[in-house]
Design a protein around this ligand. Sequence first.
Ligand SMILES: *Cc1c(COP(=O)(O)O)cnc(C)c1O
Length: 390
Amino acid sequence: MPHPLEWIADALNRLEDQGLRRTRSTRSTSCRAHRIEFDGQSLIQFSSNDYLGLAAEPLVPAVRNAVDAVGWGSGSSPLISGHGALHADLEQRLAEFEGTDAALLFPSGFAANLGAITALAAPGDAVFSDAKNHASIIDGCRLSGAQIIVFPHRDVTCLRSLLAESGDFRRRLIVTDGLFSMDGDLAPLDRLAELAEQFGAMLMVDEAHATGVFGADGRGVSQHLGAEAGIHLRIGTLSKGLGSIGGFAAGSRSIVDWLVNRARSYIFSTALPEATAAAALEALRYVREEPHRRSQLRERSQLLRSELRQQGWDLGDSASQILPLYVGDPQDAVTLSAELRRAGLLVPAIRPPSVPPGEALLRISLSYAHPPSAIDALTAALHSRRPQRA
Ligand SMILES: *Cc1c(COP(=O)(O)O)cnc(C)c1O
C-alpha cells in the first residue's frame, strides 16, 4: 500500500514542472519600507503593501507605549472578554474616518471578508462577485452557501442583465474589490451603486488596497468615485496602507450589530493584541495629518505608469500604485523577476492560481517611501528588458 501522504510529493512535483511551485525567501532584516535584505542580498523592494511608508518605524512608539500600558495578548475572543478600550476606541475612530455609524474590528482583512459575506448571504440568496475578486471574497462566497454568480471583471452591463434575470432569489448581494489587488484597476463603484439601488441589492466593497491611498480623505475608491452613499458595507484592512494588522467592516449600526451576532470569524477568534489597535490609531492620524503621503504616491504612480507604458510594457488598466507588467507565461514571469533580482530589485512574479492561467505578471507596488532613485533604478532595469515590439 502506498503511504497515505505520497500524493503530496507527486502533486508538488507537478507544480514544479509547471513553474507553479511556491517557495519562500526569508527576510533577514526588519521590513524597511523600500530596502530589504533577503537571503543575504540587499534589495530595493517593490513588493510591499506598505503604501504610505508607515509599517517600519512610524508606528513603533505608539505600539511601545501601548504594550507598556496594556500588555500584549488579548486572552480571549471579543464577545467573551477580549474587547479592550483601545479596540473600542479604534472602532469609533474607524467609523468617524469612514463616515459611517459604526465599525467592527476583525483579526485580518481575510477574516473580515469571510465573516461579512457569510453573515449577509445564505442558501436561497445570490452573491454577484467580480471575476477578479480577492481569494478571501471568493472563499466567503463559497462558505455562505448562497448561489454564486460571477460577473466578468468590471462589466456593469453584464451585471445588469444578470441581476435582471435573478428575481427568484430571496436576497441579493453585490461584492467587489474597490482597487483590484493584482491588476491595479478600479471597480466602477458609482455605477455598481446605481445598479444596487435599481435592483434593491446589498453592495459590499473591499477597499483593502485603497484605504489611506485613494479619496480626498483616504477613504478609498468609494470616496474617489463619489459612491460612498450607495455602499452598504465597506471592508478595509489595517495591514496595507495603514501598516499594522487586522481588518475591519464599516457601515450602519444595524449591519455592524448583525456582524457582531453572526460573523463567525469575528465571534470565534481571539481579539487582536490591543497594541495593534494603538498602531492603527496612529496610522489613522498619519492619514489625516499627512495627506501628502497619498498625493505624492498617486503622482509618482502616474508618472511610473506612463513611463513604463512608453517603454512598451502592457500594464492593462492599472490606475493606481499597483502596476502589473503582464508577461503571460509563468516561466517568463519567473525569469524576468530573477533577472531583476540579480540587478538588486525585488519585483515578485505572480502566477496562477493568484491570477488566471495565461495572465502571469510582475507586480510592482509603489510606496510613498520609495525615493526617486529607487524608482529610477527600476525604470532603467526595465528599459533594458522592455518587450520588443512586433
Ligand atoms: C490583502 C487583501 C485582503 C486580506 O487582508 P489581510 O488583512 O492581509 O488579511 C482582503 N482583500 C483584499 C482585496 C486584499 O488584497
